[in-house]
Design a protein. Structure first.
Length: 747
C-alpha cells in the first residue's frame, strides 16, 4: 500500500495512495498519539438518495467503478490531494474529494463535488464526508453542540447511536428537530483526550442543513459523523480537520475563532438595537401555568390560583419585592382546547379580556409578559382535555401544510403522540406561515405579550424536514430549509412589532440554544441548563455543558426559568449556576406562591416546598443585583472565557429521594467584558460562608472583589493568589486590574 504523507502547520496526515483514505493524523504537540483508527474497508465518501420506490439508498467509493488518487505539491509546502471516484455503487454517479493544506494552514480542508449523470437524475438526499473514526481510549470525551452542549464520556460513549445508514436519514423515527440548524446548533465535533484530540468543523456560513453526531461503529470505534443534506451538487463549503491539545473549552475556542468572523456574529449584543431595552435590564423570568400540572399525565383544567390571570399578581408582587424586580411573567398552558394546542388555541382559558388585563397590569409595574408556543406544529388532539381537532385540521387546510415523510405520508410526530398528537408544518407552504403570522399578531396585539417564544418546539429554530413533491421546495431536506426559516423569523419579528404598535418592543424567542445561523434573527432563547456535577433525568441533557454560553453568550440574551438541579436545593443551586453562566435566573410559580423546587426540566406536581424558599430567593436577589449592577458588562454583554483555576472549593454531599449528590459549594466562571476586562463570577448557593482562592495567571494583578448579598460591597484585592469570601447565598464578581490602570479603591 502506497502512503502519501503531508503536513499542515499543526499536523502530519497520511493517506492511502490507492483509495484516498485518511489513515493517520498525528498532532505536532503530541506526535506519538495516533488520533484516528483507520481500517482497510473504510470509505472516503458516501452519497445517499431515494430510489423510485422512495426507499433510502446509499453508495460509496468502495463499490465504485474506478478510483484515482493524485497528490500535487506546490511552492512553500502547499499541497492538494484529489480522490476522483467514478461510478459510485455502479451508478452514473461520480464524486471528487479534495483535501488541501500546507505549513501556513492550521487545519487540512476537505471539499467534495458530486456529479449525477444518471438519466433523469437521482433524488439525492445527502453526502457524508469526511469519513473519520476514532479509537476509544480511557479519559476520552466527545464534544457535541447538541442542546446547550454535550461532553460525552464514560458510559455515555457506550450508549452512542449505532453507525447505520439510518443515522443520516431524517424520518419520524429519528425526530424532526435534532439536525443542524436546530437542536444541533453549531457545525463541529471534537474528541478530547489525555494527550491530544481531533477537531472537525464545517466552514459553512450559509448554515446548510446537516446531521452532525458521534456514532458507534460495529467494530468498536467512534465515528465523527457529518452528513450534508440535500443535493450535494451545490455544496460550496469546506470541512476543516485538525488536532489540538486540551479540553472542551479549547475545542470550543478553536471553533469560536472561526465562528465569530461569520455573518451571524457581526452584531454583538452590546451593539444590537433590535433587542428590547427592558430585556437587557435583566427581568427575572417567572413561569405561570394556567391549566394543568404535568403535560403528559393530566389533568388539563384551569388552575384557580392563576385564572383569572390577575390572581397571580399578589404572588408576583411578593417575588418582585423579595428579589429586587423587575419580573418577566411567562404565561403557559393557556390554550383554549388544552395546554399546547395550536393553532386552534384562541381565545385563551379565562378569556382574552382577563389575559390582556394581566399584561397591562404587569406593564404598569414595569414588567413584560411572555409566553411559549408550539412553533409550526399543528396539534390535532389532547388526551386530558378531550380535544379532537381532526375536523378543524381538515377544514382549515392542515393536511396541505404538513411535512411529508420520505414515503410521501403525513409526518406524524412521535414524541407527543400518546397525549397530544401533532404534525410538523412545512415552512415552505404559504398557509403554514399565514396561520403562524396571524397567531403571532393576536398574541402581540390583542393579548399584549412582549415576549413570544413562538419557536418553542422548533427546537433551536429548526425547520421541520419535508419530502413532499407538491410543496414549493425541493423534494428532499436541504438548503431551502435554512432560507425558509431565516425569512420566516424576519416576518415573525415584523408582524409582532406591527401588532404591538408604537411604544412597545416585542422579543421573539427560541426554545433551546438557537442554531448559530439564526442568532441575529431573534432576541432571546430559553436554555434549560444542568448544574455542573449533576446528571439530568433525560437523555437529551446527557453530559450537559454550557457550550452555547461559551460560544455565543455575547450575541444573545439567555433565560433560565427552567432547568435541572438536585433537590432539596433546586432553586438556590440552579439559579446560582444560571448566574455564573450568564443566564437570566428564575423559576416556576406554584399556587402557594413559592418557586417550584423539583429536579425537572419544566413541570412537576405542586407539593409543599422541599427546600426553604428563603434560600432560593436569597440567591436570586444577590445574583440579579450583581447582574444588573457591577457584573452587568460581563453577565449581560460579555464573553465566557476558559474556566479559572480556583482552589478551596468544598464539595457538598447528600442523598435525597434515593439519589446521591456531590456538588461544589461555590460555582464559578470566567468572563471578558466588551472592553477586555477579565472577571470571575462566583456564587455560593449554600447557607454557609465560604472562602476560595483564585490561583490563575489571568488574575494575578489583583483588582476589585464585589460581593452581592444583603448589600453590595467592594474591596481591593492585592496582586497574587486572591482569597475571595462569599457570605451564604451570595454572588460576587472579581474584576482584574487592567494593565496600566491604577489600583483603584472601591467605590
Amino acid at each position: 500500500m502506497s502512503r502519501l504523507v503531508v503536513e499542515t502547520a499543526a499536523d502530519r496526515l497520511t493517506f492511502d495512495g490507492a483509495s484516498g483514505r485518511l489513515i493517520s493524523v498525528r498532532h505536532g504537540a503530541s506526535p506519538r498519539t495516533e488520533l484516528i483508527a483507520a481500517r482497510a474497508g473504510d470509505p472516503v465518501v458516501e452519497v445517499g438518495f431515494l430510489d423510485e420506490a422512495r426507499v433510502f439508498r446509499s453508495v460509496d467509493d468502495r463499490t465504485a467503478d474506478a478510483v484515482r488518487v493524485r497528490l500535487e505539491r506546490a511552492d512553500r509546502g502547499a499541497w492538494r490531494l484529489t480522490t476522483s471516484v467514478k461510478g459510485l455503487g455502479g451508478l452514473a454517479l461520480d464524486a471528487t474529494v479534495t483535501v488541501r493544506g500546507g505549513p501556513a494552514d492550521r487545519s487540512a480542508r476537505w471539499s467534495v463535488a458530486v456529479d449525477d449523470r444518471t438519466p433523469g437524475r437521482l433524488r439525492l438526499t445527502h453526502v457524508a464526508f469526511p469519513w473519520l473514526a476514532l479509537p476509544v481510549r480511557r479519559r476520552m470525551a466527545i464534544v457535541r453542540p447538541f442542546g446547550a452542549g454535550q461532553l460525552l464520556r464514560g458510559d455515555l460513549l457506550d450508549a452512542l447511536e449505532p453507525d447505520t445508514p439510518e443515522a443520516f436519514q431524517l424520518r419520524p423515527e429519528s425526530f424532526d428537530c435534532l439536525h443542524y440548524p436546530g437542536y444541533t446548533f453549531a457545525q463541529f465535533l471534537a474528541s478530547c483526550g489525555a494527550s491530544a484530540g481531533l477537531m472537525v468543523m464545517a466552514l459553512d456560513a450559509s448554515g446548510r442543513p446537516k446531521v452532525i453526531k458521534p456514532l458507534a461503529t460495529a467494530d468498536g470505534r467512534i465515528r465523527l459523523g457529518f452528513a450534508h443534506l440535500g443535493d450535494p451538487a451545490d455544496l460550496d463549503h469546506d470541512v476543516a480537520i485538525g488536532g489540538f491539545v486540551g479540553d472542551w473549552e479549547d475545542a470550543a475556542g478553536l471553533y469560536r475563532d472561526w465562528a465569530m468572523t461569520q455573518p451571524w456574529a457581526s452584531r454583538p449584543l452590546a451593539a444590537r438595537r433590535d433587542i428590547p431595552a427592558w430585556l437587557l435590564d435583566s427581568p427575572m423570568p417567572v413561569v405561570i401555568r394556567a391549566a394543568g400540572v404535568v403535560d403528559d399525565s393530566g389533568p388539563a383544567t384551569p388552575n384557580e390560583a392563576f385564572v383569572p390571570y390577575a390572581r397571580s399578581l399578589p404572588a408576583l408582587d411578593a417575588l418582585a419585592e423579595a428579589t429586587g424586580g423587575p419580573l418577566m411573567p411567562i404565561l403557559m398552558a393557556w390554550e383554549r382546547e388544552g395546554p399546547w394546542v395550536y393553532p386552534e388555541a384562541l381565545p385563551p382559558v379565562g378569556g382574552s379580556a382577563s389575559f390582556a388585563a394581566f399584561t397591562v397590569a404587569a406593564r404598569d409595574r414595569g414588567w413584560h409578559v411572555g409566553t411559549f408556543c408550539d412553533g409550526t406544529r399543528w396539534v390535532v388532539g389532547h388526551a386530558f382535555a378531550g380535544y379532537d381537532g381532526h375536523t378543524h385540521f381538515e377544514a382549515a387546510g392542515g393536511p396541505a401544510t404538513t411535512s411529508r415523510t420520505h414515503t410521501d405520508e403525513l409526518w406524524q410526530e412521535n414524541w407527543d403522540a400518546s397525549w397530544r398528537p401533532s404534525y410538523p408544518g412545512c415552512l415552505a407552504v404559504p398557509r403554514t406561515r399565514e396561520i403562524a403570522l396571524d397567531y403571532v399578531a393576536s398574541l402581540a396585539g390583542d393579548l399584549g405579550l412582549d415576549m413570544i417564544q413562538f419557536f418553542d418546539q422548533n427546537l433551536g429554530g429548526c425547520t421541520f424536514p419535508c419530502y413532499a413533491d407538491d410543496h414549493p421546495h425541493p423534494s428532499v431536506p436541504g438548503p431551502w430549509m435554512t432560507a425558509a426559516m431565516s425569512a420566516f423569523m424576519a416576518d415573525v419579528t415584523t408582524t409582532a412589532a406591527r401588532a404591538a404598535g408604537p411604544g412597545r418592543t416585542t422579543a421573539i424567542s427560541v426554545e433551546s440554544a438557537p442554531a448559530e445561523v439564526h442568532l441575529g434573527s431573534i432576541a432571546l432563547c430559553d436554555i434549560r441548563a444542568v448544574v455542573d456535577g449533576h446528571d439530568a433525568a433525560d437523555p437529551l441533557w446527557d453530559g450537559a455543558i454550557p457550550l452555547f454560553h461559551f460560544l455565543y453568550h455575547e450575541l444573545l440574551p439567555i433565560q433560565g426559568g427552567f432547568g435541572w438541579a438536585p433537590e432539596p436545593h433546586h432553586v438556590a443551586l440552579r439559579n446560582a449556576w444560571n448566574i455564573v453562566i450568564g443566564a437570566l435566573p428564575g423559576g416556576v410559580l406554584t399556587p402557594s406562591g413559592h418557586l417550584l423546587d423539583r429536579d425537572t426540566v419544566n413541570w412537576a406536581p405542586w407539593d409543599e416546598p422541599v427546600e426553604d424558599p428563603a434560600a432560593g430567593l436569597a440567591v436570586l436577589r444577590s445574583g440579579l443585583a450583581l447582574r444588573r449592577g457591577p457584573g452587568r458588562e460581563h453577565l449581560v454583554f460579555g464573553r465566557m472565557e476558559r474556566t479559572a483555576s480556583v482552589d478551596g472549593i468544598e464539595t457538598e454531599r447528600w442523598t435525597h429521594d434515593g439519589r446521591d449528590h456531590a456538588i461544589p459549594a461555590v460555582v464559578h466562571r470566567a468572563w471578558m467584558a466588551p472592553d477586555g476586562t477579565i472577571g470571575l463570577v462566583a456564587a455560593n448557593w449554600t447557607a454557609t460562608a465560604r472562602a476560595v482562592v483564585v490561583d490563575d495567571p489571568r488574575f494575578v494583578r489583583g483588582g476589585r472583589w464585589t460581593v452581592s448579598a444583603e448589600t453590595i460591597r467592594a474591596s481591593v484585592v492585592a496582586p497574587g493568589p486572591a482569597v475571595l469570601r462569599l457570605p451564604p447565598h451570595a454572588c460576587g464578581v472579581f474584576l482584574v486590574t487592567r494593565s496600566g490602570d491604577a489600583h483603584a479603591e472601591p467605590r
